[in-house]
Design a protein around this ligand. Structure first.
Ligand code: FEO
Length: 183
């Protein structure tokens, strides 16, 4: 009796996405270590928290593959890229990594549509929303850095940003959650 509810192609796509989430976690971890080494404790704290979030994303996918009766393949995680050049570069890279990950998630969603695998389609909607939040958050931080001078951000502005990020909520508010009373 076959109890596997995922196609081979879908199991492979989900396993790949699981590794991508682990990679995203490593990227945040390496950027956090870099930020801390530069003396930005608040920014490092923010990035460490996000490394943890990405690890949770990896676990969600792992659990889903198992629950659908397919095989989980834990493989090597690619090394993170080189350290950022500065804080502006750090958040530009964070934003670009998130956009790349969104594109990968959309590919899994597209496959679920093609296969009419509505369970996976439904499961992946959580990730679609999460990616919108993460892109929105990275974009809002880039906006703040830009206002403070972008690559030429001065030490006072960096100090404030570092302190702010220590307490920045990990989730951004999405356009679909906005109301006229609460714009
Ligand atoms: Fe789980 Fe930000 O990708």
């Amino acid at each position: 009796m076959n109890t596997n509810r995922l196609s081979d192609k879908m199991a492979s796509a989900l396993n790949d996405q699981m590794t991508k989430e682990a990679h995203a976690s490593q990227i945040y971890l390496s950027y956090a270590a870099w930020a801390d080494s530069q003396g930005y404790g608040g920014i490092a704290n923010f990035l460490f928290r996000h490394a943890h979030e990405e690890r949770n994303h990896m676990m969600k996918i792992l659990e889903y593959i198992l629950k659908r009766g397919a095989v989980v393949r834990v493989t090597a995680i690619p090394a993170p890229p080189a350290d950022p050049l500065n804080i502006n570069d750090c958040f530009e890279k964070v934003f670009n990594h998130e956009v790349d990950n969104t594109k990968a998630i959309y590919q899994v969603v597209k496959l679920s549509l093609t296969e009419e695998d509505w369970a996976t389609w439904n499961f992946m909607q959580w990730f679609v929303k999460e990616q919108t939040e993460e892109e929105t958050l990275a974009l809002s931080l880039l906006d703040k850095i830009k206002i403070a001078g972008g690559e030429k951000i001065n030490s006072d502005a960096l100090y404030t940003l570092d302190r702010d990020l220590e307490n920045t909520p990990d989730d951004a508010r999405l356009a679909q959650d906005v109301t006229t009373e609460n714009p």
